[in-house]
Design a protein around this ligand. Structure first.
Ligand code: ZN
Length: 167
């Protein structure tokens, strides 16, 4: 019988190489040293715990799904609106000018905000979750609510758009 490979990297093999608070390099320091840059005591057990790894994986999954959803929303909104304006122009030449197309582009750009946020959350997931957990009584690592809110909103909007509820 073969034993299945471990689902997670054992905590002992993960070294905390950067301060989770200020990102200062902890490379040549003792394993229990405080951060020399900001003076934070680093909870290495929390930072390397399986719960932490799960929360980071969940957060990154939310961000990835959300980014895809927001990109699709932006592309379909821009595509449909631009096509709509062009069709109207073919019936009533000159009805919609460059400013209308520009307005569509600006409204499309609103989706850049959640995309940029999710990219940054994806990149800094571990540090964000660690900092949140440190503020909780039980130091329990969890996916931040705003990550679920922004990316969940993208997924819901995309779903509504696909179902034809939104124009
Ligand atoms: Zn630090």
């Amino acid at each position: 019988m073969t034993t299945p490979p471990p689902a997670r990297i054992p905590a002992a093999f993960i070294r905390v190489s950067r301060c989770p608070i200020c990102a200062y390099s902890l490379k040549d320091l003792a394993d229990d040293a405080d951060c020399p840059e900001c003076g934070s005591t680093i909870d290495r057990d929390l930072y390397t715990s399986p719960q932490m790894q799960d929360a980071v994986a969940a957060t990154k999954a939310w961000c990835t799904m959300g980014i895809i959803a927001w990109v699709l929303i932006a592309l379909s909104y821009w595509g449909l609106s631009t096509a709509g304006l062009s069709v109207m122009n073919s019936y009533y030449p000159g009805m919609y000018g460059g400013n209308h197309f520009l307005a569509v582009l600006f409204r499309t750009a609103i989706a850049i905000a959640p995309i940029a946020l999710s990219c940054s959350w994806h990149r800094n997931a571990k540090r964000i979750i660690y900092r949140h957990a440190m503020r909780r009584d039980h130091r329990e690592p969890k996916t931040p609510k705003r990550v679920i809110a922004i990316n969940g909103l993208g997924l819901v909007l995309l779903l509504l758009g696909c179902c034809g509820v939104l124009p």
